[in-house]
Ligand binder design. Sequence first.
Ligand SMILES: [Zn+2]
Length: 61
Amino acid sequence: MKSKIRVCSSWKSNHDSPLYTLSDQCPICNSPAINSSPAPFGLEDHYGEYRRRILRRKSNQ
Ligand SMILES: [Zn+2]
């Protein structure tokens, strides 16, 4: 089954993290939403958690 989820094509400049949507336009910045390939999903999540952990550590100091 193919995923219909799309990702904001300019999330790198407009959002802190990939913005996923089911429509063909980003609901936040109205940029076109592009098909996301399944591969990056796990990596993005892993990377996001890693970044969040760093942020948490920084705020604790
Ligand atoms: Zn966007």
